[in-house]
Design a binder for this molecule. Structure first.
Ligand code: IMP
Length: 428
């Protein structure tokens, strides 16, 4: 099974790092195919905790070649900051490869992200403020700067001039900010060129050749299905393709090389930023999940919105991504609850919807229809076989599996790297 894709099912922060970890030594390459430093995964190895924003989590696994694909937008300052932080802790990052076609986030993207949000007022998206949306907007507008441009000063200057021509109008005339000069951007970008040169490559070619040799490539999706620019809760989404189709586009590897598509889903739901969230909780149960699950953003530190498990969302993610497996994370957080509600359908203005409504207004009005499951009180963090879980926990997992239409292959039962129950091998 050489091509394995990992995507988030809900609104992100499902614990993808854990699945990547689990595959660990069986992976030769890990490619991040979308997003930028808006992502955040925490990887726990022994007593050490690593919070990564931009680098693929495979950077921590010896023997793995980590790749930043063409679908990623790269803030180079953040890139070197993360590299240096890992090096300081004794980790080798010298194998990192970055696509020559990946786009660059610069100062004007970050500024525009923040001022746009401020101007949106009540309608704000709640972005991470890292310049992600504006960098992708430049890419689609065909005024973006790509990694390869950094190695040709003439070309770079022309492109920066072209981009700033447009962006400065917006900054000065609409947002009342100072104009950014071509020279300041040139100085910033050129200062990184020499260090970047050995890392920048035709990564689509490297990955395709690796797959042809029978090596295993993990395609690591940032954000998640419901934040996908096309298939998420638009406009409250990120600006990239976070679903499995994005794995091909954002890595330069053909779709027929993707053999296994693994969805990561939390045993309850969280969301950061604005937008519809039918099962959101505002009561003590919500507080319980937030504090027990430590639901605070890895990138921004914001408290996450929390709610019960939403089965139509997983069913939707199964369909959109073609999921072959699910990894159910954080089951242990539910321990101690007397009953656990699961959303099985929605009521939209008196009409029952079994599936996620395509119409934005309908989804905003969707009221969850719940089915209640019995909780369990036993500590499950040491359990490693499904049949050793309390019967109520088994029932909960099997019910989610039946509702989602995909097998639950792995279950996370604790924060430790080893705290998983494997029902089906993800590389079989
Ligand atoms: P942006 O990606 O910074 O443009 O933010 C757009 C939306 O995606 C906001 O609601 C963010 O909170 C959300 N978002 C972006 N990255 C992540 C992530 O890694 N986890 C959860 N939410 C995210």
């Amino acid at each position: 099974m050489p091509g394995i894709v990992i995507v988030g099912v809900q609104w992100g922060d499902e614990g993808k790092g854990k699945a990547t970890d689990l595959l660990g030594s069986r992976i030769d390459w890990v490619v991040k195919f979308n997003g930028g430093n808006n992502a955040g995964h925490t990887v726990v190895i022994g007593d050490e905790k690593y919070a990564l924003h931009l680098l693929p989590s495979g950077i921590l696994t010896p023997g793995v070649t980590p790749v930043i694909g063409n679908g990623v937008v790269v803030d180079i300052e953040v890139l070197f900051h993360e590299i240096e932080a890992l090096n300081a802790r004794g980790l080798d990052t010298s194998k990192l490869k970055i696509s020559a076609n990946a786009h660059v986030i610069t100062q004007y993207h970050r500024t525009i992200d923040k001022v746009t949000e401020r101007f949106l007022g009540k309608r704000m998206i709640g972005t991470t403020g890292r310049g992600i949306g504006p960098a992708y907007a430049d890419k689609i507008n065909r005024v973006g700067i790509r990694m390869q441009d950094l190695f040709d000063e003439n070309i770079l200057r022309q492109k920066v001039e072209g981009a700033l021509d447009q962006r400065n109008h917006l900054l000065v005339k609409v947002f009342n900010r100072r104009a950014i000069t071509v020279d300041e951007i040139m100085t910033e970008l050129l200062s990184y060129a020499d260090r970047l040169r050995p890392m920048v490559a035709d990564t689509g070619l490297l990955l395709s050749e690796a797959l042809d040799r029978g090596e295993t490539v993990l395609f690591e999706g940032g954000q998640a299905t419901m934040l996908d620019i096309d298939h998420g809760t638009y406009p409250f989404v990120t600006s990239s393709s976070a679903t499995s189709g994005g794995a091909a586009i954002g890595s330069g590897v053909a779709p027929n090389k993707l053999d296994r598509i693994v969805g990561i889903v939390k045993a309850y739901t969280t969301r950061v930023g604005s937008g519809p969230f039918p099962t959101e909780l505002f009561d003590a149960s919500g507080e319980f999940l937030r504090s027990r699950g430590f639901e605070f953003g890895t990138t921004t530190g914001r408290p996450r919105r929390v709610g019960w498990y939403d089965a139509p969302i997983t069913r939707y993610a199964t369909r959109i991504n073609g999921l072959t497996d699910l990894v159910l994370t954080k089951l242990d957080i539910l321990t101690g609850l007397k009953t656990i509600p699961v959303c099985v359908a929605y009521d939209v203005d008196g009409v029952r919807f079994e599936e996620v409504p395509v119409n934005q207004t309908d989804f905003h009005h969707a009221v969850p229809i719940y089915e209640e499951f019995h909780g369990w009180s036993e500590d499950i963090s040491g359990v490693r076989r499904f049949e050793d879980l309390p019967i109520r926990a088994q029932e909960y997992v099997l019910a989610l599996e039946a509702m989602s239409g995909t097998r639950i292959s792995v279950i996370g039962v604790g924060a430790d790297r080893e705290a998983v129950i494997v029902r089906h091998d993800l590389t079989d």
